[in-house]
Design a protein. Structure first.
Length: 125
């Protein structure tokens, strides 16, 4: 009987904590426009990022082919599921946009987007 009571207490505790485990899931990037890995002719006027759950972005930087790092502005400056990076001014060649934020459960989440801008091969005339 004592074993059954201990088992029941354990199961009730586990059931009570189950929503907590679900709510503490870290968010991930759902999509971006243009999509990550895209080869684009020129820097887009804006880059959009959409997340599965709200996140509070804390930092967004772009690293170009020369390894120069530059901060990018983003909106909004509050927890959201969608962000815009206006006028990113990506350089010709390889660009990596690295982002960092806080998920709703307070954990740091990070990721990156990559873009190839322009053609490295001379155009045929």
């Amino acid at each position: 009987m004592k074993m059954a009571r201990s088992c029941a207490t354990f199961l009730l505790t586990l059931a009570a904590l189950a929503p907590t485990f679900q709510a503490s899931a870290h968010t991930t990037l759902e999509s971006s426009t243009p999509p990550t890995g895209a080869k684009i002719e020129q820097s887009p006027p804006v880059i959009e990022m959409k997340f599965h759950h709200p996140v509070n972005l804390t930092s967004v930087v772009v690293v170009d082919a020369s390894k120069a790092e530059r901060k990018l502005e983003f909106t909004p400056h509050a927890a959201a599921t969608a962000f815009q990076l206006p006028t990113p001014q990506l350089a010709a060649g390889h660009n990596e946009i690295k982002w960092k934020g806080l998920s709703q459960d307070g954990h740091v989440v990070t990721g990156s987007l990559t873009y190839e801008v322009g053609s490295k091969e001379p155009s045929a005339r």
